[in-house]
Design a protein around this ligand. Structure first.
Ligand code: ZN
Length: 238
C-alpha cells in the first residue's frame, strides 16, 4: 500500500479490534510504512468508520459530539416522529406514502386557507390537496353564523332523479341558516360494486373495508362533504 493511500485510510477506517484511530507508522525493522492501531500497535485489521447515523443508532454519539448529545438527538427524533404522526402520511385515494416535501406542502396549503393539518383538516387525494369534512366543519364553525347541516336517506323520487340503482346507498345533506332552509343540497352515493369489491392485495378482505362495514354512514359523510364544499368557499388568509 502506498503512503498516500495509508494516510487516506486513517480518515476512513479505524482499528478492527478496538475501534481506535489508525496511524501510519514507520516499520524500521522492515523499512516500510504501515498502518497501525493508534492505541496498540499489535492490533490487526481495519474496518470502515461508521457514519454519525450508525453511531446514533448504537448509542455512541456522546463519544463523538460530547456528553448529552446522544440523549438530545434521540429526544429530537422522538419529537419529530410525534410531529409527523399527526400529519397526513399517505394519499387517501392510492395509499401511496407521501414524501417529506409533499407533507410540508399539505401543511403550507392548510395554513394558507386558515386550516390546520395537525387537526386532520386536509388530505391528499390523487396527489392533490383537499379539505376534509372535519376541515369544512372547522371553517363552518368559525363563521359568524354557522350552517346547521342535517342528513337523511334519499326519497324514492330522488333515487330516480339521481339514477340510484337497486342496492346502492344514497344520502341527502341539507343546510339551514338562521332557521331558513337553503336550496343547495349535497348528494352522497355508495354503489354495491364499491362496497363489495374484493381487495387485490389481501384475499378474503374488501378493498374499502370501512365502506363495506358502514355504507350508510359513508353515503351520509359524502353528502355532507359535498354540501359543505358548495357552501363554504376556500379563501386564502392574508
Ligand atoms: Zn486497536
Amino acid at each position: 500500500m502506498e503512503y498516500e493511500q495509508m494516510r487516506a485510510m486513517e480518515k476512513s477506517h479505524v482499528c478492527a479490534m478496538c475501534g481506535s484511530e489508525l496511524v501510519t507508522i514507520r516499520d524500521s525493522e522492515n523499512s516500510v510504512n504501515r498502518l497501525a492501531c493508534g492505541k496498540d500497535k499489535t492490533h490487526n485489521g481495519f474496518k470502515r468508520r461508521r457514519s454519525a447515523t450508525e453511531r446514533l443508532a448504537q448509542g455512541e454519539l456522546d463519544a463523538v459530539a460530547g456528553p448529552g448529545v446522544q440523549k438530545d438527538i434521540e429526544a429530537l427524533a422522538q419529537r419529530q416522529q410525534e410531529r409527523f404522526n399527526m400529519l397526513p402520511k399517505a394519499d387517501i385515494a392510492t395509499a401511496r406514502a407521501l414524501g417529506l416535501a409533499e407533507i410540508e406542502g399539505v401543511v403550507t396549503w392548510a395554513n394558507m386557507i386558515g386550516l390546520n393539518a395537525y387537526l386532520g383538516h386536509v388530505c391528499l387525494y390523487f396527489g392533490k390537496p383537499y379539505t376534509t369534512i372535519d376541515g369544512y366543519y372547522y371553517l363552518n364553525n368559525k363563521r359568524g353564523e354557522p350552517y346547521v347541516i342535517g342528513t337523511r336517506t334519499a326519497t324514492a323520487n330522488e333515487r330516480k332523479e339521481y339514477l340510484i340503482e337497486e342496492g346502492w346507498y344514497c344520502s341527502i345533506a341539507e343546510a339551514w341558516l338562521l332557521q331558513e332552509k337553503i336550496a343547495t343540497i349535497g348528494v352522497g352515493i355508495v354503489t354495491t360494486d364499491e362496497k363489495d369489491v374484493p381487495s387485490a392485495k389481501t384475499p378474503g378482505q374488501f378493498r374499502a373495508p370501512v365502506v363495506h362495514l358502514h355504507p350508510q354512514r359513508m353515503a351520509e359523510k359524502r353528502a355532507e362533504w359535498q354540501l359543505l364544499r358548495k357552501l363554504i368557499p376556500l379563501e386564502v388568509k392574508e
